[in-house]
Design a protein around this ligand. Sequence first.
Ligand code: ATP
Length: 372
Amino acid sequence: AAGIGIKGDGVPVSIEKVSKSYGSYLAVRDVSISVEAGSIVSLLGPSGCGKTTVLRMVAGLETPDAGTIRVGDRVLNDVPVWKRGVGMVFQSYALFPHMSVAENIAFGLRMQGMRGPDAREQVRQAMDLTHLTGMADRLPSQLSGGQQQRVALARAVVNSPKILLLDEPLGALDKKLRDQMQVELKQLQRRVGISTIMVTHDQDEALTLSDQVIVMSNGHVEQAGTPKEIYRHPGNAFVADFIGAANLLPAVVSERTGEGATVRMPSGQAIRASEAANDCPPGSDVLVMVRPENIRLLAAPDAAWNTLPARVTNTLFSGSNTTFVVDCAGTEITVAVPGGAGATDVSYVVDDPVHLAWSAEDTIVLPTRPKQ
Ligand code: ATP
């Protein structure tokens, strides 16, 4: 049928220097985020960092004290919730218990005055998109957690919102179902192309689902970038530590070499890094960041690599990986060696002396954490 179909209309969303206080508490400070048309952006950060407050301001459930929220060319600040064209899914997706699946999904359309065959077709499409075909007449109490979640999603997209806002949408589901729903959510978002902002504190979820990840702490943006950029090139120790596992070793910069640096460890050994943050001049105290999967364990030092002596303090076998915890001059370092019990690298045992070895390319020099 012409004119029917669930589709985002490809509008970018821009949040510009937005701030929000509750009393004297500054919950969101000078946050700018731009969501490309049809893309999915995650707000990621620890509890209380202001993610939900940002989302609620886009939804119109909170008013910013300063800054502008724009959808396409339209400034949203003073537009009431119901005129913003947002679809929302929250962790506690309250479905109407006495309404069937189809009625729950159709509810928003009815409120807009859409009824009859057009509404039925739209609901059918939403159910198709969310793999609910055949469940139209069931009541929410007759659905699994994952199915209820799909109804909440179908309800949020059925009237082709300009923006889809998701607040921990999969938070109530168990791990396996969540992984499956992540894939479905991404497929759905791609098919309909609705610009989407998602709040999560689950870094895997953010990396898996997003075109862009916004890492927040204490009400502000620490770093924004693609999942790969954020993981491979964290701009500071907070981001490095929050996204994935990071080893952070204290050192002092001895020399800047282009984009990189040579640093000196407390033992006097030199370490080369092909990447160093701008605010790490020679003489400054820094942290050397290297991911567990980028370190190898050698029996002897090798001049081709950055190497440091260490001692094995623990080994953890987890099927596809063996994780070694080692003590390196008082700093605990984690090394993830791929391969199970049969792999040759994994024969070290507790108390064995080893040499950590990794490349300059896998080394990033970051400023020490600011005092908070
Ligand atoms: P979580 O993951 O725990 O939901 P969050 O990052 O979403 O955390 P927000 O809900 O945005 O954090 O809250 C940011 C800060 O603002 C918190 O310290 C919170 O206590 C505070 N806050 C949020 N809403 C209110 C309110 N209505 N009144 C007072 N303080 C609030």
